[in-house]
Design a protein around this ligand. Structure first.
Ligand code: PEP
Length: 249
């Protein structure tokens, strides 16, 4: 069995007043809930981990540095994330790959830092709109996986999030057939590379404009094990129905 995971990425949103959303969310998680992860800004990691202790909600960071320590002003390391009480780190989000010029090799190095700190990586991959239109999505996905996913990856230490860049924050969602095609392709690639036992254990998340009204359809896909959700994770009233749809899938 694979873990079902609903992960929320708050991006650069939220101050301490947003912590009340965590308590509200924790109170709305169904008994058969999947794993729920909230990734608040770094400033809220400690308070979020404290607020969610003993609830079904885990906390994750949105990034970490590719080195363990050193002269990297403004950055945080994986061990610093672990020290906050968080259990997950998003790495390779397209907004980091784009705005911070992160390469597949950088993401690969970050994954190894995440695992060295005993955390689980949520590793993001996904094609641009231009790539989708050019018809080379699967080639790009294969290259991103080959370059950014280390050989030491397992279903226990790594979750893979497929996030078409053109669907993030745009309200545009791929068709179910497009989602199925890419997720099945990722699964097949993992099985080829790691063998069936390990390859079938990775949880694969879809991300990009997941909302309460489209989540159930997306979760119909066999190789969609959950979602990475941006905007709709900011309010418990939006995220809770997505979690419920995943629990029911
Ligand atoms: C994201 O940022 O990872 C994301 C999927 O955002 P949204 O749900 O807002 O499209």
């Amino acid at each position: 069995m694979r873990r079902k995971i609903a992960a929320g990425n708050w991006k650069m949103n939220g101050t301490t007043t947003a912590l009340s959303e965590l308590a509200t969310l924790a109170g709305q998680i169904p008994a058969n809930a999947p794993n729920v992860v909230i990734c608040p800004p770094a400033t809220l990691l400690i308070a979020s981990a404290e607020a969610c202790a003993g609830t079904g909600v885990s906390i994750g960071a949105q990034d970490c540095h590719m080195q363990a320590s050193g002269a990297y002003t403004g950055d945080i390391s994986a061990s610093m994330v672990a020290d906050t009480g968080a259990g997950y780190v998003i790495i390779g989000h397209s907004e980091r790959r784009d705005a911070h010029a992160e390469s597949d090799a950088d993401v690969n190095a970050k994954a190894q830092q995440v695992w060295g700190a005993g955390l689980t990586a949520i590793l993001c991959i996904g094609e641009s709109g231009a790539v989708r239109e050019a018809g080379t999505t699967l080639e790009v996905i294969a290259a991103q996986l080959a370059g950014s996913l280390p050989d030491a990856a397992t279903g226990a230490n790594c979750v893979i999030a497929y996030e078409p860049i053109w669907a993030i924050g745009t309200g545009k969602v791929p068709t179910l057939e497009q989602i199925v095609e890419v997720h099945d392709f990722i699964r097949a690639g993992l099985v080829t590379r790691f063998g069936a036992e390990i390859g079938n254990r990775f949880s694969l998340l879809y991300g990009g404009s997941v909302k309460p009204d489209n989540a159930a359809t997306i979760f119909e896909a066999e190789n969609v094990d959950g979602a990475l959700v941006g905007g709709a994770s900011l309010k418990a009233s939006d995220f809770a129905p997505i979690i419920a749809a995943l629990a029911a899938s």
